[in-house]
Design a protein around this ligand. Sequence first.
Ligand code: NDP
Ligand code: MG
Length: 383
Amino acid sequence: MKKHLSILGATGSIGTQTIDILSSIDAEVVALTTNRNIKLLEQQARALHPKLCVAFDEAAAKELKTALADTDITVLAGMDGLVAAATHPDCDTVVTAVVGMVGLLPTLAAIDAGKDIALANKETLVCAGQLVMDAARRKGVHILPVDSEHSAIFQCIQACQGNALDKIILTASGGPFFGKTAEQLKMVTREQALQHPNWSMGAKITTDSATMMNKGLELLEAMWLYDLPESQIEIVVHRESIVHSLIEFADGAVLAQLGVPDMRLPIQYALTYPERLPCKVPRLSLAEVGRMTFYAPDNQAFPAMNLARHAARRKGNVGAVLNGANEAAVGRFLSGNLPFWKIPQLVEKAMEQVPYQAQPTLDDILASDRAARQAVASLAAAQ
Ligand code: NDP
Ligand code: MG
């Protein structure tokens, strides 16, 4: 069935890979958004003829409007623009490929407008999983995972035939610093953190992979998507990123989805589900892979996973605090204002400082996010 897509974050790693697979599927683009990369957005708009283009940044939106003046494409800015893209009447599916908590309001608006969500923006579920999943159930919309691990689980679940999952096993590459001790992590640089061994991704998620916070966020994402407690979600380090994740049944049988590490397959499956179409991604040759390795994660050197497990047990506003603090700390690290090893330390302190709320409203979630960022700013300034 033909899809009518709004792609939020079209100029990023997931956004551009989504556009790359459009030629393999039956889809039309209704809206495209960026933060500031209007050069690329203009190229994309001229090739794909959407009805709406959005630059979150106001100044960039002004420039984009001038650049697209010879077309009949509407240009908008800011959060209103993102929400307009997410709820456009001609769109049926929203690809949420913006990075960070900024994806929450547009995602909720899209669900409210009855759109299916191809969800890459994991921060949305980490912050407000309860609100998002409740809204999706109420509206009867699909949340189709794009994240490779969650897509793997989703694909395996097709074989469940109504049987409950006993366990989800999320694989983690271990990132560039796998095997390093806490002491050695004190020496690592921004450039080293941005060298991911298997995946080419945006700077924020690449840093999250280096701290292992990405797997922590994915644990929370899996908990909300598949309604399992954290005690039934296991993490295993798998250096080659070929086994994208696994599920285990009551009888101990384990199913996995395998493939080369390339996001275009999970993106395409989210957009063609339940159908499968030929895909540009190279085929897996197990003989070429030769050997696959698996290890227990080191939660002492990489404490982010413990913080995420704590957030998963407590629920409430704790996910929003963890995420807001992490976004703030990673932002500081990427701009050269925080050493790598302090990222999880500041997140932990912010989690101790922001008061707990068991049943947060959307406003509470937004306030918790702000409080967490503020806590990181004060903690960093005090060091
Ligand atoms: P990128 O940084 O490559 O791209 C992010 C996109 O969002 C860009 O289009 C960017 O615009 C836009 N953007 C950034 N900040 C804002 C803002 N404040 N308001 C509006 N738009 C904004 O990120 P990725 O593609 O790597 O990741 C996107 C999401 O997908 C993240 O949540 C990530 O965790 C998730 N994900 C990514 C994977 C990957 O392989 N990359 C794998 C699995 C999940 P601009 O171009 O102007 O910066
Ligand atoms: Mg992932």
